[in-house]
Design a protein around this ligand. Structure first.
Ligand SMILES: O=CC(=O)O
Length: 319
């Protein structure tokens, strides 16, 4: 429609891209076809905006929401939403979406990659070759077989289920812990993580970070996992008591770890750098071009549904 001064009226709904300077939404340019974007809480548009995209783990706090009196939707660009004050959103009648299961396969692949790397010592072998040590090779420390390992999955949501499927194909056995036993799942269920650890060679942490799951992997669980046990974390850093984990690794009281997430990202405890039985990764488990496509689609679909008063595609549901 043309306005009086012949400018074309812009019907694209207004959306706030909420991000820390260090975070950028992959494929953000594609959103511009559908939405009018701005990215500052200080903008005059903040008072009227109804939907916000939260980029990465940028915090959405009560203070953020105070700038946005008309806000009715927070669209998360991650599966985990521990950086969003969900209780405050609920109190203010603001709906929240996450990425649903759009990236579960990518994250599950990465959990398995970390597990293979730690147990078969792939990154350590790579460092060994690159540092020119192969010609003088004496006894190279052996890795261990994947098949037959008892895998304990902490959080059998869509990521955990994909991990289970993959590791069963490797000949592993799977058991799990989650808030509730899942009636349709045949893997053995342990109501607490300690008992799961006693009966596992590897713990794979895939659950959401909440008040209940904060430091769910603590000293007792690490002790139960034992010197031959391994831990893989693709959930959130604070699911593991990182200080304890570092102590256990430095003292050789657990077998090794594959970590994509840390308690105080991007800071990684320096003690881990010297350990060949630890694989470190900078919170990359979801990051593939395919996953960025899927992420973009789910964000657009949620926003379109919201602005046309249809049911949201992936309202956040706690596992
Ligand atoms: O960490 C990544 C995610 O929660 O999607």
């Amino acid at each position: 429609m043309a306005t009086e001064d012949n400018e074309v009226e812009d019907h694209r709904p207004l959306v706030l891209i909420h991000h820390l300077p260090s975070f950028k939404l992959p494929l953000q340019d594609r959103l511009i076809t559908h939405f009018r974007l701005f990215d500052s809480l200080a903008s005059p548009d903040a008072s009227s905006v109804r939907a916000l995209i939260c980029v990465g783990t940028t915090p959405v706090t009560a203070d953020t929401l105070d700038h946005l009196p008309s806000l009715r939707l927070v669209v998360g660009s991650s599966a985990g939403l521990d950086h969003v004050d969900l209780a405050e959103c609920r109190r203010r009648g603001i709906a929240v979406t996450n990425t649903g299961d759009a990236n579960s396969e990518n994250v599950a692949d990465y959990a398995v990659a970390l597990l293979l790397d730690v147990l078969r010592r792939v990154s350590a072998a790579d460092r060994f070759v690159r540092s020119g040590l192969w010609p003088q090779m004496g006894e190279y420390p052996l890795g261990c077989k994947i098949g037959g390992k008892r895998i304990g999955i902490v959080g059998l949501g869509s990521i955990g289920s994909e991990v289970a499927k993959r590791l069963v194909a490797f000949g592993c056995t799977v058991a799990y812990n989650s808030r509730n036993k899942k009636p349709s799942v045949l893997y053995p269920y342990y109501a607490n993580v300690h008992d799961l650890a006693v009966n596992s060679d590897v713990l794979i942490v895939c659950c959401a970070l909440t008040n209940e799951t904060h430091h769910i992997i603590n000293k007792d669980v690490l002790t139960a996992l034992g010197r031959e046990g391994f831990i893989i974390n693709v959930g959130r850093g604070a699911l593991v008591d990182e200080k304890e984990l570092v102590q256990f690794l430095v003292q050789g009281e657990i077998g090794g770890a594959g970590l994509d997430v840390f308690e105080n990202e991007p800071n990684v405890p320096k003690e881990l750098f010297a350990l060949d039985n630890v694989v470190l990764s900078p919170h990359l488990a979801i990051s593939t071009p395919e996953s960025f496509e899927a992420l973009n689609e789910v964000i657009i679909a949620n926003l379109k549904a919201f602005f046309s008063s249809k049911p949201l595609l992936s309202p956040f549901q706690q596992e």
